[in-house]
Design a protein around this ligand. Structure first.
Ligand code: PLP
Length: 398
């Protein structure tokens, strides 16, 4: 017998996420028909290199502490251990940003924070870039919010700006470096968004999950821009920087000055986390702490550099093939225009059939992604070199 309860019907409005299952299905069909062909996957957004050594050492040490009555720990504080909150506050000093450890809330992932922040916000109008990480859109559709999309196009460098947007109190999502396009906002561009938000009383939710991949003169944190404390939450993660996709640790910054009337957003977030979240494991927080030591940061830089060398290898093959692309300079993602005006899925099939290469169709990141394709530099060096060779062989001009 069926239940008689009411469901959150907004869930019926969430587009079925068939992107990665459809990719898996097409790859499986192809490999069943062509078992002798070696397929190379440059589609995933997951890392492949192991954890930094400092993180593993810290994990082992913390595990030993958990095994001894004198040093055992139970529930972790909901907002994170002070040792990690302080370390994260210290990390911001590298960008000349001054943050108080009490403004930092440790969590089990940027995805959780991006998805959960909707809990503390009312029925606001939402501005979301397109294409972008799909969680912003889906979590707001699940909550029945009114959403407007900000198109990222080749003309605006895939970096939508406020332009003539009416000054209203929106909740605005910004992702820089952007997944999937790899585009990064400059200081001037972020300043324009911050000015817009402050004038309109809007909130910016700034996702800096890929900040560690920035090598040029771009802001790593939105708090590098003046006036941001009154308008922005920042969400960052250890996932891509330190290979924590399976280890799980991230943080959000709720500045003390971020208020609606007399209410601090940090107070609502504290309440939300204390009610619905029981903290990140002690061992994981110790590993995260180790990652933010000088030695840890050095190791993470080496991981990032490995992936960025992969990005340069792919970029060289695309250039030689005269395939238009952006990204790959301050981000592990390369965003290319499908050759011969092919659609995203058409190009996916073409690349799979002709070169046994798997990427991600841009259409999976929003309507504006149609006709584009994402390649990632998170593969092994060997696979990346082979992929570049195949791109050259298929499209290369020299
Ligand atoms: N934000 C962006 C832009 C991402 O691309 C991803 C993962 O791919 C996340 C957040 C999720 O990060 P986490 O592993 O910390 O949940």
């Amino acid at each position: 017998m069926s239940l008689n309860i009411k469901l959150n019907e907004n869930f019926f409005n969430v587009k079925k996420s068939y992107l990665f299952s459809e990719i898996a299905k097409r790859v499986k069909e192809y490999s069943e028909k062509n078992p002798e062909k070696k397929i190379i996957r440059l589609g995933i957004g997951d890392v492949t290199l192991p954890l930094p050594r400092v993180a593993v050492t810290a994990l082992k040490k913390a595990a030993d502490e958990m095994g001894s009555a004198a040093t055992f720990r139970g529930y972790a504080p909901e907002y994170g251990y002070d040792f990690l909150r302080e370390k994260i506050a210290d990390y911001y000093k590298r960008f000349s940003v001054s943050r108080n450890s009490e403004e930092i809330f440790v969590s089990d992932g940027a995805k959780s924070d991006v998805g959960n922040i909707v809990d503390i916000l009312g029925d606001n109008e939402i501005l979301i870039p397109d294409p972008v990480y799909p969680v912003y859109l889906d979590s707001n559709v699940m909550s029945g919010r009114k959403i407007s999309l900000l198109k990222g196009t080749r003309e605006n460098g895939f970096l939508p700006m406020p332009g003539s947007t009416e000054k209203k109190p929106y909740v605005i999502y910004l992702c820089s470096p952007n997944n999937p396009t790899g585009a990064v906002y400059s200081r001037e561009q972020l300043k324009a968004w911050v000015d817009f938000a402050n004038e309109a009383g809007s909130l910016i939710i700034f996702d800096s999950a890929y900040e560690a991949f920035i090598s040029g003169d771009y802001p790593h944190s939105i708090y590098e821009i003046d006036g941001t404390d009154s308008c922005a939450v920042e969400i960052c993660s250890f996932s891509k920087t330190a290979g924590f996709t399976g280890t799980r640790c991230a943080w959000s910054v709720f500045p003390d000055k971020l208020t609606v009337g007399d209410t601090k957003l940090s107070a609502l977030w504290s309440r939300r986390q204390a009610t619905k979240f029981n903290g990140v494991p002690y061992v994981v927080q110790r590993a995260a702490e180790a990652v933010l030591t000088d030695e840890g940061i050095k190791e993470c830089k080496a991981l990032v550099e490995y992936y960025m060398e992969n990005a340069r290898i792919i970029a060289a093959a695309l250039k030689n093939s005269e395939i238009e692309f952006v990204g790959g300079e301050n981000s592990p993602y390369l965003w290319l225009k499908c050759p011969k005006n092919m659609g995203s899925w058409e190009f996916f099939d073409y690349l799979l059939e002709s070169a046994q290469l798997v990427g991600t169709p841009g259409a999976g990141f929003g309507e504006a992604g149609e006709g584009y394709f994402r390649l990632t530099s998170f593969g092994s060096r060997e696979n990346t070199l082979e992929a570049a060779k195949r791109i050259d062989a298929l499209f290369g001009k020299n």
